[in-house]
Design a protein around this ligand. Structure first.
Ligand SMILES: NC(=O)c1ccc[n+]([C@@H]2O[C@H](COP(=O)([O-])OP(=O)(O)OC[C@H]3O[C@@H](n4cnc5c(N)ncnc54)[C@H](O)[C@@H]3O)[C@@H](O)[C@H]2O)c1
Length: 389
């Protein structure tokens, strides 16, 4: 396969990791890099003939460039992706695909418009957690119907511990104007994406958020949410960047048993018979369904990560194979995040599909009313990202 000629926009924590992945891959040829910050451009090691640009627009004119990977702060994903798609350039976009639903709808419209002249144009999203063995296995068990009717899904995901140093490390981070949210927009897009990938979208969202409860920030660092699904399934989502040690436990309860992910281990506590049938036919009030815990075998190696998503994107352009995630699917996780915040600030449940105009208005009010003074930014250069996903 001829390597895909790609350029990377944004050379911070994540972009600099993508640079290394592209250089190491036989399926990708890094032809250009871009950052508004000259020192980031100067400090990024690449092959000698790599184009270096201060703006994404200039980089899009690089001769032979076929695709871009966007790793800037989230608000900029929208204009950069829309411009690239308009110039017939394939786009792979970091999560969250946009800050709010209206931005993602605009990006999706640009993609649909680009497809009219080039049906093969690709618009993918960096949801690398979908490539991990455990989540793929859980998805396949849910899709197989083995759990029967789903009753409840509860996710406690508090392993996103972040220090004040982290929040002070970039002027845009954890501000309404620069980021548009906190833990829901930065760390949880992965979990919220998996949630909607597994269970689909709820019809109603109830959210309670704590704003800067444990960090000196103006956005949420602790969240509890309830998702009501059309079929009666209830979802719980609890997250925080202020618990250590944290928990990563997802319980999925179906009529045929409980599937549990707990810090990397998956088990299936399987009922001998459907609990719904058992409940309806048992001849004593305290009878219990027989059940047995079965470990779920996973391959010992787990190569899933960002590089797998980027290489799948290259193969998709060249060979037409599927992307790990289509960028328009990013609407799901962003709707969940926006809906939780909308419910928190209005004190009422948020209906899905979300009222995008109302949410944008709320966000603009939060930006306009902000009096938060960000602590002096500690510029440390790109951080080692290994333990942050
Ligand atoms: N997939 C993952 O696991 C993962 C992990 C971390 C971050 N991310 C995402 O990657 C994005 C970047 O996060 P980060 O932690 O690397 O941020 P960062 O602050 O470390 O880096 C952002 C870089 O983009 C540059 N930049 C800002 N606006 C730009 C523009 N318009 N054009 C060109 N360059 C611009 C900045 O100068 C900076 O160097 C975010 O959307 C974040 O959510 C994804």
């Amino acid at each position: 396969m001829t390597p895909l000629r790609i350029g990377i926009v944004g050379l911070g924590n994540m972009g600099s990791s993508h640079v290394k992945d592209c250089i190491a891959s036989d399926l990708l040829e890094l032809v250009a890099i871009c950052d508004l910050d000259q020192s980031r451009l100067d400090g990024t090691e690449t092959p000698a003939d790599t184009g270096r640009y201060r703006t994404a627009s200039e980089m899009m004119g690089h001769e032979g460039l076929e695709a871009i990977l966007i790793a800037t702060p989230h608000y900029d994903h929208t204009p950069i992706a829309i411009e690239a798609l308009g110039r017939n350039i394939h786009v792979l976009c970091e999560k969250p695909v946009g800050v709010h639903a209206k931005d993602i709808n605009k990006m999706t419209a640009a993609y649909e418009s680009a497809r009219k002249s080039n049906p093969d144009i690709r618009f993918g999203a960096m949801f690398q957690q979908r490539t991990h063995n455990s989540w793929k296995k859980i998805k396949s068990i849910i899709d197989s119907g083995e759990l029967g009717t789903l009753v409840r899904a509860s996710w406690i995901i508090t392993t996103w511990f972040r220090t004040q140093f982290y929040y002070d490390s970039g002027g845009w981070r954890a501000t309404w104007k620069g980021e548009g949210g906190g833990v829901l927009l930065n760390q949880c897009p992965h979990n919220l994406d998996l949630y909607q990938w597994f269970f689909g979208m709820p019809k109603r969202i109830h959210g309670v958020a704590a704003i800067g409860k444990y960090h000196n920030i103006e956005v949420e660092d602790e969240v509890s949410a309830i998702f009501e699904h059309e079929n009666g399934m209830i979802g719980h989502f609890i997250t925080s960047t202020a618990e250590s040690p944290g928990t990563n436990r997802l319980e999925i309860v179906g009529e045929n048993g409980v599937l549990v992910y707990d810090n990397g281990t998956v088990t299936f506590d399987k009922n001998a018979t459907s609990m719904i049938d058992f409940s309806n036919t048992a001849d004593s009030g305290f009878a219990k369904v027989d059940h047995e815990v079965q470990p779920v075998e996973l391959p010992s190696d787990d190569p899933g990560a960002h590089r797998m998503v980027t290489e799948a994107f290259a193969r998709s352009v060249r060979e037409g194979s599927p992307l790990v995630a289509q960028a328009p699917e990013g609407l799901g996780s962003v709707t969940l995040a926006n809906g939780i915040l909308m419910s928190h600030f209005t004190g009422s449940p948020a209906e899905v599909p979300l009222d995008g105009d109302a949410y944008e208005k709320l966000l603009q009010e939060l930006i306009a009313n902000s009096t938060f003074e960000k602590a002096e930014t500690k510029e440390t250069g790109p951080a080692a990202m290994g333990s942050s996903f």
